[in-house]
Design a protein around this ligand. Structure first.
Ligand code: ATP
Ligand code: ZN
Length: 286
């Protein structure tokens, strides 16, 4: 079917919630995939396939799915044909090398001649090659962190988020191999009708991401600080300024970037802003 875009997401696991939330925030009317393999959005020409994340790159290469949401780590590891078209800013994690805590780490040469257990043999092998280290790679599909403890390997390369799993297995992180987040991938070549649908979806994803990264801000200020405050929070074009009932005061409305939000608030207070309200934005189109 050419007039419908098939997008694959993880059926259950750490990517599922973020993927579904993103598609729903993009206005797609879809159910949550419990006990079903696919669902058609009620109001958009998209069909969602619920799959194991590890299978998604192959399905994209084979053309069974047109697009997918997957961890960059898995996409790189699988080495299948497809393009990363958007980084999605959720399911952030890192792939790291870890060794027993009792070992003294001397730098990458520590790994020379050692055995590394991992579920990411391709990524690890590329990393070692790039750094001119010769080590053995022992591929295992799960519970990688117990490998050194049971004598299966000298070290591991695995996903780390907080490090507490490493700690409880007597390991310490020593090298960052790859930073990862969820990404939107697509087939190398899409028919025009499908590309058009993907472009529409991308437009919506960008509006959702912009909104997530920005806040709407309202404040009261004395008229003489309007110019200085406008320099701090210029907004999308310029702030909206409305006179207050109180003589010499105005209400100023603008948009502020989430990342430097607190710093801006301090500057605004110093410029005499009062009654500052900060409101989430649902969608933002520049
Ligand atoms: P299975 O295939 O058996 O469901 P999995 O390990 O592939 O297991 P998840 O644990 O759900 O599946 O992880 C899916 C993806 O989520 C990972 O490939 C990675 O990109 C990301 N991820 C993994 N761990 C974390 C974490 N602690 N925090 C954020 N993202 C993570
Ligand atoms: Zn998986």
């Amino acid at each position: 079917m050419n007039n419908i875009l098939r997008i694959a997401i993880q059926k259950s696991g750490r990517l599922q919630e973020g993927s579904l939330k993103l598609l729903k925030d993009c206005g797609l009317n879809i159910s949550n995939g419990k006990d079903q393999l696919k669902t058609q959005a009620g109001n958009f020409p998209i069909e969602v396939l619920f799959l194991r994340d590890d299978d998604i790159p192959q399905y994209i290469e084979d053309g069974v799915a047109d697009a997918g949401i997957i961890g960059e780590n898995v996409f790189i590891e699988k080495q299948k044909k497809g393009n990363i078209i958007k980084r999605l800013d959720f399911s952030k994690c890192r792939l790291a090398l870890a060794i027993p805590r009792s070992e003294q780490y001397t730098g990458l040469t520590w790994f020379e001649g050692k055995n590394i257990a991992t579920s990411y043999p391709n990524i690890v092998s590329d990393y070692l090659k790039k750094n001119n280290i010769k080590a053995g790679i022992h591929e295992i599909s799960g519970s990688v962190e117990i490998a050194p403890g049971i004598g299966l390997a000298d070290a591991i390369c695995d996903i780390v988020s907080t490090g507490s799993t490493l700690l409880s297995n007597g390991l310490k992180e020593v090298e960052l191999v790859l930073k990862s987040e969820a990404v939107l991938i697509s087939r190398i070549q899409l028919e025009k009708s499908k590309q058009d649908i993907l472009d529409k979806l991308l437009f919506r994803i960008e509006a959702v991401q912009q909104a997530r990264n920005n806040k709407y801000i309202l404040l009261n200020c004395p008229n003489e600080s309007i110019e200085a405050i406008t320099n701090v929070i210029p907004g999308m074009k310029s702030p909206t300024i409305l006179p207050l009932g109180k003589e010499g005061w105005s209400s100023l409305h603008s948009v502020v970037d989430e990342n430097d939000f607190w710093e801006k608030i301090d500057q605004l207070k110093a410029l005499g802003a009062q009654g500052i309200l900060v409101i989430p934005i649902e969608k933002m189109i520049k």
